[in-house]
Design a protein. Structure first.
Length: 49
């Protein structure tokens, strides 16, 4: 059974919900790949792994 937790405003959030820090880290990773010469498409698709 999937459990959820209550957040602000009494909304249910998934236990797998990303934090703001995790989202910032993922964005930084995409930016670094693009700066290293990878295509934007490749950089974004790397988040799916």
């Amino acid at each position: 059974m999937l459990r959820a937790r209550r957040a602000e405003g009494d909304r249910l959030m998934s236990r797998n919900a990303l934090s703001i820090e995790q989202i910032k880290l993922a964005c930084r990773h995409v930016d670094e790949l693009i700066e290293a010469g990878f295509s934007e498409n490749f950089a974004i698709r790397s988040l799916e792994i």
